[in-house]
Design a protein around this ligand. Structure first.
Ligand code: FE2
Length: 263
């Protein structure tokens, strides 16, 4: 569970990095799964190499399911979302391979946006995302980059816009250039140790960066929503989530299956 100060940081900054009860054995088992499932592949002639590899809701390995179903994530989600009951929303792997000779750059976008009334509701009408750092992340090793507090500036702006106020939150990527011109703070890299977790909202302006270190960066993204709170997914993710939920409902431990919503 988080301290009151950490919950405040999640609310105000949109992200807080904390220790978790996950063990180094669990991290190294997960790291092996990343090497097996998302290895770097030399590109075919004329093709560009792909350094940032991902897998959303299509991994079924026990060492990764053990992380998703760990009670820590459900408990912290309930705490920060102010809810008695929370469901797993999505899960995704990200494996960023090194490009030590590349220039360090980063992307900036939001994946979802809320109104202030969503953030202030009980339970909060929002997704809580966990970025579990399987490997250490330093400033060179593809840190997540994030503008603290930007989610609240956007939420305030949306609340004051009658066309946006009260609209059901929807997952849709929006680039920084397409966001309103608000006094955002400067982007900051999020560094962490293996086994730590960044608890965050992807409604902050954030983005992935290039890995200019010499070893890969591995992270597992797990998100939860409060029961009875609707957050819309893009059409292609709806079916993906449905079939992943069906798989997880059968393959999580009996005492953990309640984190999967009923179909
Ligand atoms: Fe994102």
């Amino acid at each position: 569970m988080l301290t009151d100060q950490q919950v405040r940081q999640f609310d105000q900054a949109g992200a807080v990095t904390v220790d978790s009860p996950l063990t180094s054995q669990q991290m190294s088992a997960a790291a092996n799964a990343y090497d097996r499932l998302l290895p770097f592949q030399e590109p075919d002639p004329g093709e560009q190499a792909r350094y940032r590899l991902g897998n959303a809701c299509q991994f079924f390995d026990q060492e990764l399911l053990n992380l998703i179903q760990h009670p820590f994530f459900e408990d912290v989600a309930k705490q920060v979302l102010n809810t008695q009951s929370a469901y797993l929303y999505l899960a995704a792997m990200a494996h960023t391979h090194p490009q030590p000779d590349a220039e360090w750059t980063f992307d900036q976008h939001t994946d979802i946006q809320y109104c202030l009334s969503d953030l202030n509701a009980t339970p909060k009408r929002m997704v809580c995302s966990f970025f579990l750092w399987i490997s250490d992340v330093n400033e060179k090793r593809a840190p997540l980059v994030l503008r603290p507090g930007s989610h609240r500036l956007i939420a305030d702006w949306r609340e004051s816009n009658p066309d946006l106020r009260g609209v059901t939150p929807q997952v849709v990527g929006t680039k920084l250039a397409d966001l309103p011109n608000l006094p955002f703070e400067e982007p900051m890299p999020v560094c962490a140790k293996s086994g730590q977790v960044s608890v965050l909202t992807t409604s902050t302006v954030h983005g992935a960066s290039i890995n200019v270190d010499t070893v890969p960066r591995k992270s597992l993204h797990i998100s939860f929503t409060p029961e009875d709170v609707q957050v819309l997914l893009p059409p292609h993710q709806v079916d993906l989530k449905k079939s992943y939920d069906a798989f997880l409902r059968k393959h999580l431990r009996k005492d953990r299956q309640h984190i999967i919503p009923n179909s």
